[in-house]
Design a protein around this ligand. Sequence first.
Ligand code: ZN
Ligand code: ZN
Length: 379
Amino acid sequence: MSKKDFYEVLGIEKNATQADIKKAYRKMSMKYHPDKNKEHDSTEQFKEVQEAYDVLSDVDKKSQYDQYGHQDFNTGGFNQGGYSSGFEDMNFSGFGDIFDNIFGGSRSRKKYNGPIKGDDLTYRFSISFMEAAFGVEKDIVIRREDICDTCGGDGAKKGTSKETCPMCKGAGQVMSSMGFFQSVRTCPQCNGAGTIIKDPCQTCHGQGRVKKERKIHLNIPAGVFEGARIRVPNEGDAGTNGGSYGDLYVIVNIAPHKDFKREGNDVYSEAKINIIQAALGDTIEINTIHGKEKLEIPEGTQFGSTFRIKDKGIKKLKSNSNGDHYIYVKVVVPTHLSKEQKEQMSALKYSLSNSPLYYKPRKEKKVFFEKIRDFFSGE
Ligand SMILES: [Zn+2]
Ligand SMILES: [Zn+2]
């Protein structure tokens, strides 16, 4: 990275607006473009201008630069955040078609001779229902483009080095004038790299990067949601031309559980009771993800009643509280009754036929009731 302050490179003040920055960049890149400027260090200056513009024209990078200062930005004082447990949207690297914008070129994508950040990678990762509920640490192995150890990433055979492209003099672009118009195109000799390799490294065939396997330790937080995308910084592909690594995005898929269903941080399960338990009430034992719990079934419980056990659901992300556990009650009619049981039931039947079989339904939240019923209607 450049030793000079980026504001100095572009010849602007710290309070320059984005329009000022762009204007300064246009002026400076015209001034130092190797096709226009034959002075011997203009290529270096041209690169410095590119680099300064890349940072200052990107609002995020600029604020980091302003915050950390040139030296710390330079040594990577920022962007060393390590593992991020949050869920972040992909942010695309800031390298746009700068030349297209500045020189009014075509919309086609052009390479230019600057550091290019490596590609982001996506890795799908399946975990169990319980692992999602309580969090899990796992190692995964990814394959990514990494720096070639033989040549250290520059693509040239050991003992040799890259040479500045004679055609574009390192700029990666050549300019041509057609009357009033000037156009810029990718240098055909170096393909935009600005350098050529006469004697390529045999390990990477001059690419500077090779496919490597890499073990990554993942720490999946408790309460993670289906489809969550977890960003692991700098674990994507290696960059080119000294660009930084891309990021790795781990997409979490959660396998279903045979007894529990999940909605948000709440867990649902069903319990079967017989009609006598439903009529007289009982205490039953049910399973939650946190273990066994006792549940009081009140007298006169109807089919489809739901009961809530507070705080026995899944941990909420970035919080210490849990969702709730809901029990959906299925009332089962007994079969294969013994003779004696049948006689007892008959007596009850006779007794009930003399008193009206009315019941007063307890007030249930209808919407909720139906939601739960739909939940278990898959059987
Ligand atoms: Zn190599
Ligand atoms: Zn070239």
